[in-house]
Design a protein around this ligand. Structure first.
Ligand SMILES: Cc1cc2nc3c(=O)[nH]c(=O)nc-3n(C[C@H](O)[C@H](O)[C@H](O)COP(=O)(O)O)c2cc1C
Length: 359
């Protein structure tokens, strides 16, 4: 099978972004620019993704708002939802002009609204169309054009069909695939169930890498720790973490040392909060709502003493009309106070967060 695929491959554009060794997944309602700014305070190198932005929103909506990001977020990829090659090319051009490091095509979202717009996971059944999009986008931009997909959709779920999809899209010039190791059921399962019910099949993703060693393959789905992500690097080129990184962003604290050979001192949660509070002050001055920024902090003390009071203070005090960035420091005092009343240090240890929770 490998020989057949190789003969159909034109030279894919090398991805070459070092950050792909560890990526944080695109997540609607989660990985907005505020969340990405926070994550970047924790890891300097992991590749961050925007939420999926439908092409229509960029072409006909408030483009500036959808494309906005802080220069500190680099490396950052913009994820697009769409299936019209000319539109995708136009949006890729906008992404490049805005300064994104990569543009990624969503071929994994199972929502019925997205399928009705003929993009997302339903495109797995239309590899030629995805290939035409990638081709048009590659002609329009110099930044890497990548694809995030699943291992199958509905009845199209054999390994051969997955490889045929990858071969067709790679032949159009896509050198990097992020593969969520679950199939999607377009009828009968909600998007949430589609992230939990279809079983994880890492072997299928490893198999794609074995079939296409020249392609960069990033595995995604169910990875809950840096150790689990690192173990995947024996089989594939990178790992992408979604929910675990949103629910517990401090999970990324040692990512730079473990994945990128950068042994800089790990910032404590307190230092991260101080830097994020400065950002919050700046953004409040630009009219951003406090709660749109503080909501991403809820998981920062996940599993630590005082975490519940931390979340409660952030959500209750943060909802007051006249509240400002001081809410963050106040909420932190709850964690510190709980920690010291239990005889613990006020800054929970880093390693326990990496293992998935504090003692
Ligand atoms: C709230 C939420 C929103 C998501 N939005 C997107 C999206 O916009 N684009 C996309 O490709 N995947 C999206 N996903 C899927 C994730 O990128 C990822 O593939 C999935 O959560 C599996 O990885 P995980 O098990 O590490 O969370 C979303 C997932 C969640 C939980």
């Amino acid at each position: 099978m490998a020989a057949v695929h190789e003969s159909t491959l034109s030279a894919p554009r090398p991805g070459g972004l070092r950050g792909r060794r560890l990526c944080v997944a695109p997540m609607m309602q989660c990985t907005d620019r505020h969340d990405r700014y926070l994550l970047r305070l924790i890891s300097r190198h992991a590749l961050l993704f925007t939420e999926m932005i439908p092409c229509g929103a960029l072409l006909h909506g408030d483009r500036r708002r959808f494309l906005a990001f802080d220069p500190a977020e680099h490396p950052v990829a913009l994820q697009l939802g769409g299936s019209e090659p000319a539109e995708m090319a136009a949006c890729a051009r906008m992404a490049q002009a805005a300064g994104y490091d990569e543009v990624n095509v969503n071929v994994g979202c199972p929502s019925s609204r997205v399928s009705a717009g003929r993009f997302g996971a339903c495109l797995m059944a239309e590899p030629e169309r995805v290939a035409r999009c990638v081709e048009a986008m590659n002609r329009a931009v110099d930044i890497p054009v990548t694809v995030k997909t699943r291992i199958g959709v509905d009845a199209r779920d054999s390994f051969e069909e997955l490889c045929a999809f990858v071969a067709t899209v790679a032949a159009a010039g896509c050198g990097t695939f992020v593969i969520h190791a679950r199939k999607a059921w377009l009828k009968g399962l909600s998007p949430r169930q589609n992230r939990e019910v279809p079983p994880l099949d890492y072997t299928a993703v490893h198999g794609v890498k074995a079939e296409f060693p020249e392609l960069e393959i990033v595995i995604n789905g169910g990875i809950r720790s840096l150790e689990a992500a690192r173990a995947q690097l024996a089989r594939v080129d990178g790992a992408m973490i979604g929910r675990a990184a949103y629910e517990n962003p401090y999970l990324l604290a040692r990512a730079d040392a473990l994945f990128f050979g950068d042994p800089h001192p790990v910032a404590s949660r307190r230092e991260i909060l101080q830097a994020y509070a400065e950002y919050v002050r700046r953004e409040l001055g630009r009219g951003v709502y406090l709660r749109h920024m503080t909501r991403h902090l809820f998981g920062l003390f996940q599993g630590c003493p005082g975490a519940r009071r931390w979340r409660r203070h952030l959500s209750e005090a943060g909802a007051c009309a006249d509240a400002g960035a001081e809410v963050i420091e106040q909420a932190y005092r709850h964690v510190a106070a709980t920690g010291s009343s239990r005889g613990a240090v006020s800054e929970p240890p880093i390693d326990s967060a990496i293992e998935g929770g504090c003692p």
